[in-house]
Design a protein around this ligand. Sequence first.
Ligand SMILES: [Zn+2]
Length: 71
Amino acid sequence: MAVAYKCGDLPGMAPCPAEFTTDTEAELWEHIAVHARRAHNIDSSSMPPEIKNKISSLFRRLSEPASDQSS
Ligand SMILES: [Zn+2]
């Protein structure tokens, strides 16, 4: 099951257009960590736990990949 995150969903990151979709939450966190450092100059290893909790509460589970329909 894919999981998606929009950076702009996090209060305070409003104008950020970044959006990620991966197969697993672990991979999603890797993308967020790279993006946070590059775009927001935030080191995710020093990110407060309440921010991480907030981010993971904004993850969206996507049930089916729409493009997997061959007949
Ligand atoms: Zn961002």
